[in-house]
Design a protein around this ligand. Structure first.
Ligand code: HEM
Length: 430
């Protein structure tokens, strides 16, 4: 048996706070190994980097999710005991509920709502001195997803709800005030959505059975029982929150347009399939998901290394997207790299790797890609704007990160050219 490489440090928690997104890749390069062991908060953790390791990480026979997601993240980002923490049949069933919503028709309906919201937003921005794109994108997605799901959202509550959903995501790697803010935001959001689920179940809020809020409210587990009220609210939020989180990618798309103007020219010229290539490159190049965690399900050996049951394992997502062995010039923003991309489900994993239905890969990848394309189309073709002087730097230590300004634009003028083609690709199971 080969010993798993490790650093000389007794505990590496501070290094994670310092290096953030680059912690695993930096350490991996330093130790010249795609696997290494550290202690984080006193706990033994094995870190994995690269596609070969990702393939193992996504083997459900070897890894499980129960017990892997720290409570502090469940109390802010995901909700407690949600789909992200399930395994085996229970996971398969619950995931099925999410996947059943990812039909081309459903996705098309959501994209039409998002397009409409962008148009309204553009009109409003024309009379504003300054627009913070991050906030506006959150509001656009929040209005659209609530209308899509069947969740009533009065206009005077949009900012509050969208902000809370964003704070839940923002709390991911935070300690102290930001973590507490995320916790409070989750409590408020769960309370709001519990009320909706209750109303749907009692018929006080009559909804078409096919609308996402109704599907979640009426969903029955294998034992024939409905989800308890709290769990139903948590899972409905697991649909609403990540759609609002696409605002992060919209800001990074705007940043890329600003920092790499040649890509804007290509988009304006309507170069073949360039919107799709651009969106994929935004998801590769910019930091959002840093790493993923799972617990070793059973003792096993991999490449001569021994993994013991119950050990926490982290898979490097950001670092794998920036590995020069996989991506030529990984630190260049170059959408064309995706034109003939022959990648696998394990080297490009912005929303998780492996399989959708049996594994934990994100249920909303199609929605994300399509929503990003429509938003990009709006920024390119729907409006003209200027980007005033501001600090556009984003820190790789912060999880998740974003330019501090939220990307300010001004002098917005609408054009008549916003005609997005909605290609509603659904999940392959429909
Ligand atoms: C902002 C864009 C998004 C990012 C970066 C993202 C990222 C992720 C990641 C990294 C995972 C975990 C994968 C794993 O554990 O292996 C995940 C899971 C999940 N995502 Fe997303 N996601 C996004 C958008 C969405 C959308 C739009 C939806 C739904 C409409 C969604 C619903 C889910 C669900 C339900 C899971 C849990 C899957 C499971 O545990 O089986 N996500 N996402």
């Amino acid at each position: 048996m080969i010993q798993i490489p490790h650093t000389k440090k007794l505990d590496s928690t501070l290094d994670v706070f310092r290096d953030g997104y680059t912690f695993i890749q930096n350490t991996s390069e330093q130790l010249q190994s795609d696997i290494f062991q550290v202690r984080l908060l006193g706990m033994k953790v094995i870190c994995l980097h690269g596609p070969e390791a990702a393939r193992v990480f996504y083997d459900p026979e070897l890894f499980m999710r129960k017990g892997a997601l720290p409570k502090r993240i469940q109390k802010t980002l995901t909700g407690e005991n949600a789909v992200q923490t399930l395994d085996n049949e229970m996971h398969h069933q619950r995931k099925g509920m999410f996947m059943s919503l990812m039909t081309p028709g459903n996705i098309h309906r959501l994209m039409a709502l998002i397009s409409k919201e962008w148009q309204f937003a553009g009109k409003k921005w024309e009379s504003s001195n300054e627009t913070v794109l991050f906030k506006e994108a959150q509001d656009v997605f929040c209005r659209a997803v609530c209308a899509w799901a069947g969740v009533p959202l009065p206009e005077n509550k949009v900012r509050k709800r969208a902000r809370d959903l964003g704070w839940m995501v923002d709390a991911f790697g935070a300690i102290g005030p930001k973590h507490w803010r995320g916790k409070r935001a989750r409590r408020r959001s769960e309370k709001w959505i519990r009320k909706i689920v209750k109303q749907v179940r009692s018929g006080k809020l009559p909804l078409d059975d096919k609308l996402p809020a109704a599907v979640v409210a009426h969903y029955r587990e294998a034992n024939g029982k409905q989800l308890d009220l709290n769990m139903a609210a948590i899972e409905l939020l697991n649909l609403i929150r990540p759609i609002v989180a696409i605002a992060w990618y919209v800001v990074f798309s705007a940043l890329a347009l600003h920092q790499y103007p040649v890509t804007r020219q290509k988009l304006l010229a309507g170069e073949d399939n360039y919107e799709e290539l651009f969106v994929q490159e935004v998801r590769r190049y910019y930091p959002f998901t840093p790493f993923l965690g799972a617990l070793v399900r059973t003792d096993f050996n991999w490449n001569g290394y021994s993994f013991q049951k119950g050990t926490m394992v982290l898979l490097d997502v950001y670092g794998t997207h920036h590995d020069a062995r996989i991506w030529e010039r990984p630190d260049a923003f170059y959408p064309e790299r995706f034109r003939d991309w022959q990648g696998s489900r394990f080297d490009f994993m912005p929303q998780g790797g492996g399989d959708f239905s049996n594994g934990h890969r994100c249920a909303g990848e199609w929605i994300t890609i399509e929503a990003m394309k429509i938003s990009l189309h709006f920024l390119i073709k729907g409006i003209k704007y200027e980007v005033p002087e501001q600090d556009l730097h984003f820190s790789l230590s912060k999880l998740p990160t974003l330019p501090k300004s939220g990307f300010i634009i001004n002098r917005v003028r609408r054009t008549d050219n916003f005609n997005p083609t909605i290609v509603a690709m659904g999940c392959p199971f429909h």
